[in-house]
Design a protein around this ligand. Structure first.
Ligand code: ATP
Ligand code: MG
Length: 278
């Protein structure tokens, strides 16, 4: 198989039939760094979770899945021509959205009511696109007008419609399982017939913020099933890391690795309702 691409987390290969094999590694990235060491089983957990969600969402948007791969971490998919916009939907305020709101009162240029706090629910879910930055660079929030300028008004409207529909359906399903889907990022591309299709991974803890609903309390950082745990540890005095220094983060201690693995497992099991077998 021909090796096509290695991102921070996934490796892509082309099969002899012209399909793609997407292999999710156990690498964990945070603040645009790949951390050491790997999180055991993470690739398999995220691949299985994506497959479950693709199936749940098949009436909302067509997807790139052809079949599960030979290993639990891999999936065979149709090659898409990826849209060069990261499609983000937010139903709650956190992360980069919160930072922009605190400075400007907006998120990706969308004006929000005053008085919202860390973790607040938004009046309605919003589309907050960002650039798809080349490897090593940060994705930057962009306005809807800029998306229109880059892909045209019709495609921009479709990206927004599909992104909000995936978020809304995903949030409904998660909520039934006691989980708040705070936000999510999807990637869309055109298939060989020119149909906008959901690619990459979907509604995983790497692409989304999942919060236990019974612990939700705006005004502080929310407990979560995603890598917020690792981000919080890296920013704590315990890690000894100064993010602003430009130095790479320290190696994760064994207990942080194990607790992170447990979060990924718990997210999988709570969302899908089945235990992870690998
Ligand atoms: P990073 O996430 O490290 O910033 P990345 O997004 O390029 O970089 P990965 O997420 O590790 O890296 O790799 C997945 C890559 O495969 C992404 O570039 C994604 O856009 C691309 N991709 C996903 N699905 C498809 C598909 N069906 N056809 C073509 N490319 C795809
Ligand atoms: Mg990616």
């Amino acid at each position: 198989m021909k090796h096509l691409h290695s991102g921070k987390v996934r490796d892509l290969y082309q099969t002899s039939e012209g399909l793609l094999l997407m292999v999710a590694s156990d690498r964990l990235s945070a603040f645009d760094y790949v951390l050491e060491p790997d999180i055991p089983d993470k690739g398999a957990i995220l691949t299985q979770m994506s497959l479950w969600w693709f199936d749940q969402l098949k009436d909302v948007v067509p997807n790139h899945v052809v079949a599960p791969g030979d290993e639990p971490r891999s999936v065979l998919c149709r090659p898409l021509k990826m849209v060069q916009v990261e499609c983000v939907a937010r139903g709650y305020l956190a992360g980069g959205g919160l930072n922009e709101y605190r400075t400007d009162g907006t998120v990706s240029g969308v004006r929000l009511p005053a008085g919202l706090e860390d973790g607040s629910r938004l009046p309605e879910p919003i589309f907050t696109p960002s650039t798809k930055a080349p490897m090593g660079q940060h994705d930057e929030p962009i306005s809807y007008e800029r998306v229109e300028a880059e892909v045209g008004a019709d495609v921009a409207a479709e990206l927004r419609r599909i992104t909000l529909a995936v978020y809304t359906r995903g949030a409904e399903i998660a909520r039934e399982r006691g989980i708040i889907l705070a936000d999510t990022k999807i990637e869309l591309g055109w298939d060989s017939e020119g149909v906008l299709t959901l690619g990459d991974e979907v509604l995983t803890p790497d692409s989304s913020r999942f919060w236990p609903a019974d612990e939700w309390k705006p005004g502080r950082s929310q407990p979560s099933f995603d890598k917020q745990f690792v981000r919080d540890w890296l920013l704590s005095p315990e890690s000894g890391w100064d993010k602003a220094s430009g130095n790479p983060p320290p190696r994760l201690p064994d207990d942080v690795v194990e607790r992170t693995r447990q979060r990924y497992l718990e997210a999988y099991e709570r969302v899908t309702g089945s235990s992870f077998s690998g």
